[in-house]
Design a protein around this ligand. Structure first.
Ligand code: UDP
Ligand code: MG
Length: 334
């Protein structure tokens, strides 16, 4: 039987918080009185997380499935591998650290049933470090300007998607992506609700400043060509500016005679322009790099095993798998 709701949760080194997550998530979903499944994805954790997930699978095999990836592919790839394993009509994504309260899933569903195919969420009060909150707010604003994606609070994973949106995402082969934005681009009737946000229950954020910058580059270059166009425009403006400067210098040459001042102004200009050029090249490189990764067409992730009870046969369209006597299906795909 197909569940109505699939909850997708990526896990990377979350051993300290998993017990708390299980203790709140299962009762919250049981209280909804519908057929659900929870798809955990172990994103190559190096701690006890896979063992804890396997234990949890043993205690609730009816509603639990665990996708074990063979390495760390990042939160968004992990979520995509989870999507391929879902069968529900509504798919909800959630963080494992309890920053997104599982009790909010009911509210997402209620909104979804009003006829939307994408329910995003806005955090009422964000509980992250101050620099994180400000950086994220700034990038949110830049992204609003250059992409057509209207997400008020882009950093939040607690969202509900329709089967249709997820099927379309499953057909994409993007190497670097940002799940909420990708889903938004397929949604026909998106909306948002306000949700609570809590402190991380245990452990530390898996995102360094560097990985956040990378993520934002993925978001900008993956969903928009505006950064490249800005550079063409900037190039044009600078050419026009320097043409005007040449004209001015020529006029001064004839009116005032030979001048040899302003050498350091020239240096300043030159260095500034070099900076702009380097940034431009780097930006072009971002796109070229994406193209490079994409044309190599290597598997985006490798599923080692999927723990699921034998009646939960996986969707043959997305996975090739064989089931052994323990009811554990082995699947590999990308
Ligand atoms: N995560 C993952 N792979 C990674 C990094 C993170 O699966 O490479 C998971 C992590 O276990 C958590 C979610 O993604 O469930 C969000 O991570 P985190 O809480 O560290 O991000 P933040 O809340 O700081 O944005
Ligand atoms: Mg978190």
């Amino acid at each position: 039987m197909k569940p109505e709701l699939s909850v997708v949760i990526p896990i990377y080194n979350e051993e300290t918080g998993l017990a708390k997550l299980f203790a709140r998530l299962y009762p919250a979903l049981d209280a909804l009185n519908l057929a659900y499944e929870i798809v955990f994805i172990n994103d190559g954790s190096r701690d006890q997380s896979p063992a804890l997930l396997a234990d949890q699978f043993r205690s609730r095999p009816d509603v639990t499935r665990v996708v074990l990836l063979n390495g760390n592919y990042g939160q968004h790839m992990a979520i995509l591998s989870g999507f391929a394993a879902t069968r529900g009509e509504v798919i909800v994504t959630l963080d494992a650290d309890l920053q997104n309260p599982p009790e909010e899933i009911g509210n997402l569903l209620a909104k979804f049933r009003e006829g939307f195919d994408y329910v995003g969420s806005i955090r009422r009060k964000r509980h992250d470090t101050i620099w994180r909150t400000y950086f994220s707010r700034m990038m949110n604003r830049v992204r609003e300007k250059i992409t057509h994606i209207k997400i008020t609070d882009q950093g939040n994973m607690l969202r509900a998607y329709s089967r249709n949106v997820i099927d379309l995402i499953n057909q994409c082969g993007e190497v670097n992506t940002y799940v909420p934005a990708l889903a938004y681009s397929f949604a026909r009737n998106p909306t948002e609700i306000v949700v609570e946000h809590e402190e991380r229950a245990a452990g530390e954020s898996k995102y360094s400043f560097y990985s956040l910058v990378r993520l934002n580059f993925d978001l900008m270059t993956g969903f928009s060509l505006v950064p490249l166009q800005v550079f063409s425009m900037l190039g044009m403006a600078l050419s026009a500016g320097s043409a005007a400067l040449v004209a001015l210098l020529l006029i001064r040459r004839f009116v005032l005679g030979a001048e040899a001042e302003g050498l350091f102004t020239l240096f300043a200009f030159a260095f500034f322009l070099m900076g702009v050029i380097l940034f431009g090249i780097g930006l072009v490189g971002e796109y070229v790099g994406r193209i490079y990764l994409q044309v190599r067409a290597r598997p985006r992730y490798v599923v080692e095993t999927i723990l699921q009870s034998s009646e939960n046969t996986p969707n043959p369209a997305t996975t090739q798998s064989s089931t052994n006597q323990d009811g554990i299906a082995h699947a590999k795909h990308s």
